[in-house]
Write a protein that binds this ligand. Structure first.
Ligand SMILES: O=P(O)(O)OC[C@H]1O[C@H](OP(=O)(O)OP(=O)(O)O)[C@H](O)[C@@H]1O
Length: 232
């Protein structure tokens, strides 16, 4: 398990973003764990989570010009990840004697409105221009893929080029048994041809619980059973 993954799971448990029990999902499935990114709602927790998104982005090696966060939960993520990337860049520049490391990326970001604004500057997109730019989409989760599909179309319609998606968690479960044997994340790749980078996968959470003395270890058999039942 990577240090980034371990730190993410510990922070998610601490802030009750990752909970264990019995939860009914939008799909109707009864899940033994639940992820609610809305509970990253303090400066401290947002600073932690955005730094981990930023590390995952840098480790992926994806090249992009603008970060895009889908409304609403993607908005604070896009803004805070942009700050975290700038801070990581500053600290690596100050630790380096390489003059190229001083060439700064301003990490611009943009986000959409849920309803188009008809006065003032108008339009659906707020923040940096995405025209002719490689766009990295940041969101908390992909469930059915609706938010990512909408973002993809909005970005293309505004002249941008979506290059990848970064999310907090890959549940690694089939999106719909009737339609296919693939997960929502795999479907994004099949549909749009762009990779999705999760900070953690369900397998990582299982590994974490197996190797720690977490108070939630007794949920392991149920989580494993769920993983096997909806495996893809
Ligand atoms: O893959 P999907 O089925 O689209 O589900 C995932 C999306 O759902 C949630 O947002 P939601 O659309 O509920 O809006 P919110 O961010 O305003 O809560 C979440 O933040 C993702 O964007």
């Amino acid at each position: 398990m990577l240090p980034t993954e371990k730190e993410f799971i510990e922070a998610a448990i601490k802030h009750k973003v990752l909970s264990f029990g019995s939860f009914t999902l939008k799909s109707g499935r009864q899940s033994p764990y639940f992820f609610n990114a809305g509970n990253f709602n303090t400066g401290e927790s947002l600073a932690t989570i955005s730094k981990l998104y930023a590390k995952t982005i840098l480790e992926s090696g994806v090249e992009f010009d603008v970060i895009f966060g889908p409304a609403y939960k993607g908005i604070p993520l896009a803004a805070s990840v942009s700050i975290a990337l700038s801070q990581l860049q500053d600290s690596s520049a100050s630790n380096s004697h390489d003059s190229s490391a001083t060439k700064k990326n301003p990490y611009p970001f943009a986000f959409d409105r849920k309803e188009a604004k008809t006065h003032g500057e108008g339009g659906m997109i707020v923040g940096s221009s995405i025209e002719n730019k490689r766009v990295l989409i940041i969101d908390d989760v992909i469930t059915a893929g609706t938010a990512i599909t909408n973002s993809f179309e909005l970005i293309k319609n505004n002249g941008g080029i979506p290059v990848a998606v970064v999310v907090a968690i890959d549940r690694q479960e089939i999106a719909s048994a009737e339609l296919s044997n693939t997960s929502a994340i795999q479907q994004v790749y099949q549909k749009f041809g762009i990779p999705v980078y999760p900070i953690v996968k369900l397998d990582t959470i299982i590994e974490f619980l197996s190797s720690s003395d977490s108070e939630f270890n007794h949920f392991l058999p149920t989580i494993q059973e769920y993983r096997n039942k909806y495996a893809c």
